[in-house]
Design a protein around this ligand. Structure first.
Ligand SMILES: [Zn+2]
Length: 172
């Protein structure tokens, strides 16, 4: 297992639509391990493969609060199959947009379907942090970021800040 570098905005890779996984190969298993390790190291509650530069439809999550009882989830080809009409506002952050947090409104509860590393199809209901997290991560697979839900003014402000930082780094 290894910790991989995170892809940060404004990197255009984050706008790619990731490809479905057709075969749970040893390469995919290794990628899942690396994603979990990278996510725990960050630390974060969710990570999509594209956030370490691999455009495949896989997500890792762990919304358990404690370090002693890790509950790692690996979601292959996840999709939302139902979303509640009721919405909920939650303050979100993203490992690809470090140290930036904003309130985002999303469906309060969702049902989602995915394949696990054993190749089993699972359908699960989610509310609370898990519901927010799974919607945020599936968005990544479609090239969508949580800042897309903010006003243009806020989005432009955060993009400008990270573009400047990227330029500074390139010039250094
Ligand atoms: Zn994110």
């Amino acid at each position: 297992m290894s910790i991989r570098p995170l892809v940060i905005i404004p990197d255009s890779k984050l706008r790619l639509v990731s490809e479905p996984i057709t075969d749970i190969s040893s390469e995919i298993r290794r990628l899942a391990d690396d994603m979990l390790e990278t996510m725990y190291d960050a630390p974060g509650v969710g990570l999509a493969a594209i956030q370490i530069g691999v455009p495949v439809r896989m997500v890792t999550m762990d919304v358990s609060k404690s370090d002693d009882e890790r509950q790692p989830m690996v979601l292959i080809n996840p999709e939302i199959t139902w979303a509640s009409e009721e919405k909920r506002v939650y303050e979100e952050g993203c490992l690809s947009i470090p140290e930036y947090y904003e309130e985002v409104e999303r469906p309060d509860r969702v049902r989602f379907r995915f394949m696990n590393l054993q190749g089993e199809t699972i359908e699960q209901d989610a509310d609370g942090l898990l519901a927010t997290c799974v919607q945020h991560e599936i968005d990544h697979l479609n090239g969508v970021l949580f800042i897309d839900y903010l006003s243009k003014l806020k989005r432009d402000r955060v993009m400008t800040k990270f573009k400047k930082a990227a330029k500074r780094e390139a010039g250094a």
